[in-house]
Design a protein around this ligand. Structure first.
Ligand code: ADP
Ligand code: MG
Length: 255
């Protein structure tokens, strides 16, 4: 057994190596056939590889946090329909190369939803890149300074899903705005772009450069977009509200 474990590790079959002792016991206890034993052992290896791939994809997405959709409280804000978000989490919009816009004021959960959808996409095997507009602007400026603009744009056009968060929170230098427009343009019908923003579409011209190219590209994007408009209160105020309510309740009990 020691020898086999060593050999499995040598040829990088650590899933099989880890599973071997238990699979042998299981096979002996249940009188399994050689084929069933081997099938189970292979299952261990495949599972391990899938897990590894998932982790690698999650890592390369560079999500700021790991927030999933099942920790999102859909009862808090009726403007966010659970069915719409769950439909999106099936990732057909990625297969169809359709854009998604999450539009709403601060604190309503745009980033949480964007990350949750990004994780759902990774779990379905899609490649994802997440960037806040702050990081994106910095990276684009850096790439331009180092003469790596082309490579950077290529990298951001490549993934199945590109998430751009906090769009509108920072004004872009004209060259960064131009680069971002090029990325959105090149991804059109070739990939899906999810943009979370607090700025209405009327302002996007200003953000991306007020010219004919911008309006043409945005216009095209709007044909297939899944538009999630979110109104309502910030979730960050939820606890403040609850505390206030408790205090009011206590007051009224005293009276
Ligand atoms: P936004 O990006 O719209 O400014 P965030 O997604 O950053 O908002 O939300 C602010 C905080 O509140 C985050 O910690 C987020 O996880 C949490 N949050 C917002 N809405 C909900 C919700 N409906 N259920 C659970 N947590 C929420
Ligand atoms: Mg946010």
């Amino acid at each position: 057994m020691e020898q086999i474990l060593y050999q499995l590790k040598m040829i990088r079959l650590s899933g099989m190596a880890n599973g071997l002792p238990i699979r042998i016991q299981e096979a002996q206890a249940n009188d399994l056939s050689y084929l069933d034993f081997l099938a189970n052992l292979l299952k261990d290896e495949l599972l391990k590889r899938q897990e590894r791939l998932l982790n690698r994809r999650l890592k390369s997405a560079k999500l700021p946090e790991l927030k999933t959709l099942d920790t999102f409280d859909f009862s808090f804000n009726p403007a966010i329909r659970k069915k719409t978000i769950m439909d999106l989490s099936a990732c057909r919009f990625i297969q169809n190369n359709e854009p998604v816009i999450l539009l709403g004021p601060p604190g309503v959960g745009k980033t949480h939803l964007a990350i949750g959808l990004a994780i759902a996409a990774v779990e379905k095997g899609f490649t994802v890149i997440y960037r806040s507009i702050f990081d994106l602007a910095e990276e684009l400026a850096e790439a331009a300074a180092l003469g790596q603009r082309k490579q950077m744009i290529h990298d951001l056009v490549k993934p199945d899903l590109l998430v751009i968060d906090e769009f509108g929170m920072r004004n872009l230098a004209p060259s960064a705005a131009e680069d971002l427009l090029e990325i959105i343009h090149r991804r059109y019908r070739r990939g899906s772009t999810l943009i979370a923003t607090n700025r209405p579409l009327e302002d996007w011209g200003k953000l991306l450069g007020d010219n004919a190219a911008t309006s043409a590209i945005l216009d095209r994007m709007m044909h297939t977009v899944h538009m999630i408009m979110i109104t309502g209160r910030s979730y960050r105020l939820k606890h403040a509200d609850e505390k206030e309510q408790k205090e009011l309740d206590n007051e009224s009990k005293k009276e």
